[in-house]
Structure formats: C-alpha cells, structure tokens
Design a protein around this ligand. Sequence first.
Ligand SMILES: Nc1ncnc2c1ncn2[C@@H]1O[C@H](COP(=O)(O)OP(=O)(O)OP(=O)(O)O)[C@@H](O)[C@H]1O
Length: 521
Amino acid sequence: MSVAQSVAKREHSDDLQHSNKRQQTGITAAELEGGLPVVAHLVSLIPGKECTYSIGDKELTTVGRSRSCDITLNEPDISTVHCELHLITMEVDGCRRKLINVIDKSRNGTYINGSRVVKKDSILKNGDRLVFGKSFSFLFKYNTTSDLEGAGESAASATGGNLAVIQSPNANKNDEEVFKKPLFSFTSSQNALKKQARQKPASVFDKYVLGKELGAGHYAIVKDGTNKQTGQAVAIKIFHPQQNDDQKKSKQFREETNILMRIHHPNIVNLLDSYVEPISKSQIQKYLVLEKIVDGELFDRIVKKTSLRQDETKAIFTQILTGLKYLHNQNIIHRDIKPENILLNITRRTSPEQVQLGPWDEGEIDIQVKIADFGLAKFTGEMQFTNTLCGTPSYVAPEVLTKTGYTSKVDMWSAGVILYVCLCGFPPFSEQLGPPSLKEQILQAKFAFYTPYWDNIDDSILHLISHLLVLDAEKRYSVDEVFDHPWLSGGAAQNNVIKDMNRLQLSDTQMPKTYTELSCL
Ligand SMILES: Nc1ncnc2c1ncn2[C@@H]1O[C@H](COP(=O)(O)OP(=O)(O)OP(=O)(O)O)[C@@H](O)[C@H]1O
C-alpha cells in the first residue's frame, strides 16, 4: 500500500481508542499512519458499525467496493468505485481553503443531506451527512486546522482599507463611491478582530442550525437559524450562488459586512455575522446572519388592513425616520426602502391591565419597526441592483433610475412613497395610473392625491408627501426637515396652518387598485 493510500485508512473502534491515546501526545493519527496530515473525517452513523475514516492531504481519495479503493465499503449497493473525493484548494473570502469536492461515480447514488449529487462537483462542509448507496451514512467533518489558511490576514486587510460607509456629497452610481472613508476607528480593535477571525468558524453551519424559510427576495432566501451554542434565534439570509471569480468583490463583501456589523440601532435589523461558503469548484454562496424579526413585513400589514390610520402611520413613520436618521448620520444610504424591507416586532397583550404604548390595534401593546437590508443592496452588484429595480421601481427615486448621482435623499423619496402607501393602500406611481409609464411618472414626479381615498386625510400629511416626492433632490426634505414638519412636530393647531391641498377626481376606470385588492386577484 502506498503512503497516500494508507492515509485514508479505516480506524475501527479499537484503532480509534489507540489513535485517541496517541492524539493525547499531540500527534495526529494521520501523521502516524503515513506522514500525511489529515484533512477531514468521515464518521459512520450506522448503528453497530461505528468507525471513522480519515481523508488525507492528497489529491484523490476513492470510495467503493473495490479493495483497491482508499475507503472500501464492501456492500452490494456500493459500486466498484462509488465516488471520488477530490482535495481542492480554493481562495474563498481571502483565505486559501483546503476543501473536499465529491464526484459521484455510482449507480445507486451519493447523497449529501438527502440530495443526490447530480452536479459535476459538490463541496462538502462540516456537518454534512454523506450517504453512499442505500444505507452507508456518514457525518463529514474537516480537521479543524486544515481547511482554513490566512484567516488572520483577512482580518488584517479588513481593518486596513477604506472601511466605513460614507457617502460623499458627490456620491454616484459607482459602488466604490458609496462606501468611502473610515467613520469608525478600528486601530485599537485590530488585534481583537484578527483573533476573532482566526477563531471564527469557517462555515456558517458550524455555528448555526438552519430551519424553515422566513421569506424570499430577488437575491436571496431568508431562513430561520439557531445559534448552536447560545440557542439564540436568528434569520439567515442566503444569497443565490455566485461565480467565485472576483476576489475583489469577496473582499469588499467582507469589509463592508464588518462595518455593517457595527451598526446598532433599535430601528435597524442587526447584522450579526457574515460568511462566504464554497459550494462547488467555481461557485460560492454568501450568508448574512441577522437579528430575527418575528411579525413580518409592513407590506403584509397594509395588505391586511387595506390602509393604516393616520395616528398608526405617524407612529410607524416616526420609527422609520429615526432609523434613517441614524443611518444617514453614519453616512449610509439604504437605497431600497419599501414596505417589504420594513419589518415589525409586535408585543401582544397578555393581560387586560397592560397599558398600550401607541396607537396600535386591539390586542397590541407595542410595535417596534425595524429597517431591514440596509446598505446591502450594493452586494448584489450595481448593474443587477438597478436592473432589478427597473422591473419594480415603485419606491425608487428618479436619480436612481437615471443613475445621475445620488445622496441620502433617495431614501427620503422612498419614505415619501411609503407614507403615501400606508395611508391609501396603493403607490403614488404605478402602471395602473398610466399613461405615462411608471418610469415616466417617477422621472416627472407626477403623482396626485385621489378622491375619495385622500378626502379625510389631513392636509398637513399631503403637504409633507409633496415635499418628499420632489424631483430635485436638493429641494426634497431631509430627515431633519421631516421631523420639523408640523405633522410630526406640532399639535393640531399647527397642522391647521397647512390648508387646501388638492385632491384629484378620477373616473372609476382609472381608479388605482389597492394592494389588498391586487392581492385578491
Ligand atoms: N431579519 C429578518 N427576520 C425575519 N425575516 C426576515 C429578515 N430579513 C428578511 N426577512 C424576510 O425575508 C424576505 C426577503 O429578505 P430580503 O428582502 O432581505 O431579500 P432580498 O433578496 O434582498 O429582497 P429584495 O428583493 O427586496 O432585494 C423579507 O421580505 C422578509 O420577509
């Protein structure tokens, strides 16, 4: 047997005991077997057949019925050569990682976590359940020291460059210009970060258990997650697979998520962690671990209620503004404010004595509003982002559509659209209201308040919306100007200062449909 072959040896219970004894001396089993380091282990999950196979640091490890295979599984449903385990080295997220790539060669199939390996290649991750044929079931685990190289370097580079999320006054469509100069000082924490990166599990699956789907968007699905150590419930955003061909982008993702993890505000969904995982030789998948928000989207609340009362809208809008003010003060532009990205945590009444803390519905004590997806739109790539927006741009400011350079005022436009939608249940710009087209309506800031929807709504709100849906971003209200507006700052008397806003009569055939009506179609 060659040195290489001897590495992927079966360690029976007896051998294991022996090897454990040897490991106590600080020497790994693989070093003793053939001088090659162990890269990973396959732990048998078959009751009564407990054993561990070590996969060594060599290009190919074969699994099959043949005695010439590195791992021999002598069962009728196992093919002569059932599958190949290829050792590959991939540069992922600034780290060179040694990974095991499975190529199925069998008749009865190789399965990873219940899915048959059909692709040309599939990279294994810690905790994967690997099944050969009908019943040969194993738990896969990387040897902790072997799969990650250079994590410390990554952290160092993540703290060294242009880290913070400052939007320059002239920020424009170019990605790099949205994320500019450092706002936070990292120097004191550089060593801590390096240490953290070194200690950080290489895979999201090492730290979290993934559960059911919570929601889906254009770029990602979001799943329930649980921190294995603390039991903390989280939401895990899983971006669609991407080609692993742009190391600069991966580095940018890491640097920017490092910054966004330092953003903490009660009205912003907390970013807790981020991971980049290889899934095949050429593809990676990015993961964001987020604070979990349990009561769904503002969008669903609007659909359920057709429209929101003025006092309820004010309470929700104030929280959105508070979150935006914090982001804008940190020089972060959200760029994708819409009711689907406004999430709600509702405190429900549990006893009759509880005092309601806002203008909420019967049975609701309080609602905490959380802005999701902040600063993240750019991770999807500028082109993809704006192209997707062109499909559904109801909330997008004109300068985003024309890509003529934008500032935090783009969020104020979107806030104006949200305010409008909350109160009447349909957006101010839509194909339904055309002609002109939706895009033209936005580019001309052409909107109106339609009767009867807006008849009983205070003129001061119409006035505020009219100062948010303004074509010229410089004249559009900023967060502070909105807080100073009579509808938010003053009482009823001040509201009366603003009078006689126009409502427009439309024929029945032109009348826009509410989200509630559209959702019933
Ligand atoms: N932190 C969270 N807690 C609970 N649910 C969440 C969380 N983040 C997102 N979701 C749910 O998942 C859905 C999709 O998430 P998200 O909007 O971030 O994906 P996306 O692909 O970026 O979407 P978009 O198409 O809007 O850009 C959300 O609309 C929401 O219902």
